[in-house]
Design a protein around this ligand. Structure first.
Ligand code: MF3
Ligand code: CO
Length: 255
């Protein structure tokens, strides 16, 4: 069932979105060569706790995960595309990292992901990040009350594939609200004019991921959580929680 949110409920979700943005800012500030992913998770835990919020990811156990999720953020480095575990791995010069965070306030969840480099960046990584951000922006732009769900995926794949990058459609976006993952599924790639009608009060997480190598294959790492690009190429994930309103899309996971 698809839950339609009131303006008051969307305002409540904006509060959790601000916590997600604050976590991302703090993690980005802390991230540097030599800093461990575990340390970034600790920083995230502190920000969530100090905001009086809850961590949506901690203990979350979907069917694809080998065990309940052990952290509050996903830290996906280089060839890890999604759900990278916050391990003792220490960031190296030029690493590309995606930080995915979910938080809830008063029972309302928000979910967002940012990607950046540490140390001396590679030009091709900066381009990959830029195109991923443009891919997400195109998807958000298509999240309008006069549109259909397929318009979002079509807008995103036009940008991501147009730049020659690989994409996958098994892990896409989702409705979000009282639960982190609600209906409907939000495909990263779809046909325009197809799928459910978008309407005011629908709140969705839009989350494309791109693989630099241009191939679409990925595999599940032996750690039981990390989803990696099949060719080992670098990958990027970006995400916002977005409310569809009469006036168009409103991003909830901004500072
Ligand atoms: N943004 C990711 C998603 O919606 C968050 C996964 S949460 C985790 O799939 F706990 F499963 F990692
Ligand atoms: Co999500």
């Amino acid at each position: 069932m698809i839950e339609i949110k009131t303006a008051g409920e969307i305002a409540a979700m904006r509060e959790s979105g601000k916590v997600v943005a604050a976590v991302q800012a703090a993690v980005r500030q802390e991230a540097a060569v030599g800093v461990s992913l575990k340390r970034l998770d600790e920083v995230a835990r502190t920000v969530i706790a100090e905001a009086g919020a809850g961590a949506s990811f901690l203990g979350y156990h979907p069917s694809f995960g080998a065990m309940p999720y052990p952290g509050v953020i996903c830290t996906s480095v280089n060839g890890v595309m999604l759900h990278g575990l916050p391990t003792p791995y220490r960031l190296r010069d030029g690493d590309l990292i995606s930080v995915d965070c979910g938080a809830y306030v008063d029972g309302w969840h928000a979910d967002g992901t940012v990607s950046f480099t540490v140390g001396q960046p590679r030009a091709e990584d900066l381009k990959l990040i830029r195109v991923a951000e443009e891919t997400l922006a195109a998807g958000i732009e298509a999240a309008r009350p006069d549109g259909r769900m397929g318009d979002i995926g079509h807008a995103m794949s036009t940008v991501g594939r147009g730049a020659g990058y690989g994409m996958q459609n098994d892990f896409g976006g989702h409705g979000i609200g009282r639960a982190m993952h609600e209906s409907p599924f939000v495909p990263n790639e779809a046909r325009p004019g197809r799928g459910i009608r978008l309407r005011p009060g629908l709140v969705i997480a839009i989350e494309p991921s791109l693989m630099a190598g241009g191939h679409d294959r990925y595999y599940m790492d032996s750690d039981g959580w990390s989803v990696c690009s099949g060719d080992g190429s670098r990958s990027v994930h970006v995400e916002h929680t977005v409310a569809i309103t009469e006036d168009g899309p409103v991003i909830l996971t901004l500072p």
